[in-house]
Design a protein around this ligand. Sequence first.
Ligand SMILES: [Cu+2]
Length: 352
Amino acid sequence: MIKLLTLLVLVMAVVTIWRIIRVLELVRDLRGDEEAITDKDNRTNGKLSLWFIVLGFAGMIYFTLDAKKYLLPVAASKHGALTDSFLNMNFALIIVVFFITQFLLFYYAWKYKHKKGKKAYFYPDNHKLEFIWTVIPAVVLMGLIVYGLKLWINITAPAPAEAMVIEVYGKQFDWSVRYSGADNKLGHSNFKLITDDNPLGVDAKDASSEDDKTARELHIPVGSIINFKFHSRDVIHSAYFPHLRAQMNCVPGMTTEFTLEPTITTDSMRLITGNPKFDYVLLCNKICGVAHYNMKLKLVIESADDFKKWYKEQSYVFAKPQAAPVVEPAGMSDTAKVAKTESEPAKVVAAR
Ligand SMILES: [Cu+2]
C-alpha cells in the first residue's frame, strides 16, 4: 500500500511540474518574451547532464550492491559454477560497456553544449570508425555464443555409465523419487500400472524394479555424478534445483534427463550462508495448477557414508517377499546369507 501511495505521489509530482512549466510558457507567451535559449540555459543543462551521470551511476551501484542479498548463494554443482562464471563474465562486459558509453553520452552533452557564435562541425560518417564499432561487438558476441554453446553441449552431454540413476516423478501436486538400486537401472513404469500402492506405476515384472527404492526426501552424495530421469503423471512440471543451477521439464509420456555433480554438502552450505536452517530444495517451476506452490521437496547433499546410511533405511518400491524356506547351498555361512539379503545402496561413484 505504501509503495502504491509513493508511486502515486511521484506521478502527481511529475504531473504538477509539467503543469507549472506549461503555465510558465503561457505567461512568457502573454508577455511576448523572445523564445530564445540563452548560453546560461545551455550551461545549466550541461551541468545537469554531469549531475545526472554522477547520481545515476551512484544510484546504479548502490541498488546493484543492495540487490545482492536476493541472489542465490554460490552454485552447489560443478556445471553450476561454470554457468555462474559465464553469467558473471557477461555482467562484467555489460557493466564496462554501460559505464563507458553512458559516461561519454552525458560528458559530451556537457562538453559540446552550444555557445553563442559556435557552429557545429558537420561530420556525417566515418567508415573506419563504423567498421571498428561493428566488428568489435560482433567478435565479442560471437566469442560469448561459441563459449556458451560449448558449455551447453558439455552440460547436456549423455550421462556417463557410472552415473547414479534417480527418477524424479512429478504429479499434481508433489514430487516422488525412486532410486535405481544396486543394478543402477530403474524398473520400467507405465501409467496403466498406477494404483494406490504403486503410485509411480512401476512394473513389478521387470527384474530391474526389484531393488528400486523410494524415499520421502531426495538425498544425493556429494562428488558423485547423478543422472536424474524426469517423469510426469499429468501435466508438464518443471523440476528446478535453484542451488544446483539445474532445471528440466517433466513431460507426461516421455523421459527427460539432466546429469549433474553436487559439490557442496548441505552442512557446508549452512556454514557458507550463515543460516543453520538452510536446506536445498527441489521446486516446480511451471505453473501446473492450483496447488503448484506445494511442489517442494527437501534435497539433502551429504557425504557418501551418510548417504549409504540413509539409503539403507529407505523402503523398496515393492515390499520384499518374506524369506521363503529355501534350500541353502551347502556350506553357505550365516554371514554370507546376511550379506546376500542386505540392501545394497546405489552406486556412489567418484567425481568425473
Ligand atoms: Cu508442477
